[in-house]
Unconditional design. Structure first.
Length: 310
């Protein structure tokens, strides 16, 4: 599992979203943002939403292109390839919604723009290289050069993909402080603030666990480290589940069932997590099936969370 996939599954915040600790808002508001009010805050949140949605969609699309390129390179050199991987056209609607980087990011705006422009350029370059490789394979031109061009294009795609992943990771890191501050402004008097903040604590802990699992999946399983992270997550899930959803505003009454659903999926994630720990103890490593099950369970929690906060 590539690290980028974990990052790309970062929280897809919506217009009513999570916030940073209140004690930090003044510092963030003054030093990170140049907010003129709710409009600027919403512009930042919209950029955050759209970029994370784009990054998630694009990362998966590029993963499939990389698999295709590997298979194409092998087939072009005469190796047996039973079936070429299928690459479905990218459905990245969120990317088209991004017009520019909001001015509310203040002094960080230029740095975010620089990484975003790299992301955009690499995204376009990879698509062009992929189309070139498909044409080469479909016409069977590899019979003329013994796969030399397939190797060259594959290396180009891999280089461009790594640059895209790096720039995307940079954007995610750089927009987080500003987004947290903007969300604090948007949620200042929101009736569900307590539940959204508590649920964010669950997601933050979950993301921290995913990061540890991702690193250990590529290396050696460290039971003590994983168990400690699990215990932290279990504690936040328990605290969130104990909250009595009591929002008096009737327009949010339907959110109670979504809040409860989020807690149920978080508890199910813990079930899957315990199984992974148990299995990894015996083998000394995290299995492919184990990490895939964790990924699938994470997606369920994330989707449930987004349904609740939007």
């Amino acid at each position: 599992m590539r690290k980028i996939i974990v990052l790309a599954m970062a929280l897809a915040f919506t217009s009513v979203s999570v916030v940073s600790c209140k004690k930090d808002i003044s510092k963030l508001g003054n030093s990170v943002l140049n907010l003129g009010g709710a409009d600027d805050a919403n512009a930042i949140i919209d950029f955050n939403n759209n970029f994370l949605d784009s990054y998630k969609s694009t990362s998966r699309h590029i993963e499939s292109i990389l698999k295709y390129a590997d298979a194409a390179s092998a087939k072009a050199k005469g190796e047996k390839v039973t079936m070429m991987p299928i690459v479905i056209s990218s459905m990245d609607f969120a990317f088209g919604k991004i017009k520019d980087v909001p001015s509310g990011f203040g002094k960080d705006k230029a740095a975010i723009e620089a990484d975003f422009n790299i992301y955009k350029a690499k995204k376009e370059n990879i698509e062009k290289k992929f189309e070139e490789l498909k044409s080469y394979m479909n016409s069977e031109d590899y019979k003329d050069d013994k796969g030399a061009k397939a190797d060259a294009i594959t290396k180009d795609i891999e280089t461009e993909a790594q640059a895209l992943f790096t720039s995307g990771e940079n954007v995610v890191a750089k927009i987080k402080p500003g987004t947290d501050a903007a969300e604090e402004i948007v949620l200042k008097d929101h009736p569900m603030k307590e539940y959204i903040i508590s649920s964010k604590n669950v997601m933050n802990s979950l993301d921290s666990n995913i990061d540890v699992l991702d690193k250990q999946y590529s290396g050696k399983f460290n039971e003590a480290e994983v168990q400690k992270k699990y215990d932290e997550l279990a504690k936040t899930v328990e605290a969130n589940s104990k909250l009595d959803f009591n929002v008096k505003d009737p327009q949010y009454s339907y959110k109670k069932s979504q809040f409860e659903s989020f807690n149920k999926t978080a508890s199910s994630f813990l079930d899957t997590y315990r199984k992974l720990i148990r299995d990894a103890k015996g083998t000394g490593k995290i299995s492919d099936s184990g990490i895939q099950q964790i990924d699938s369970s994470y997606e369920s929690v994330l989707n449930s969370y987004n349904s609740f906060v939007k």
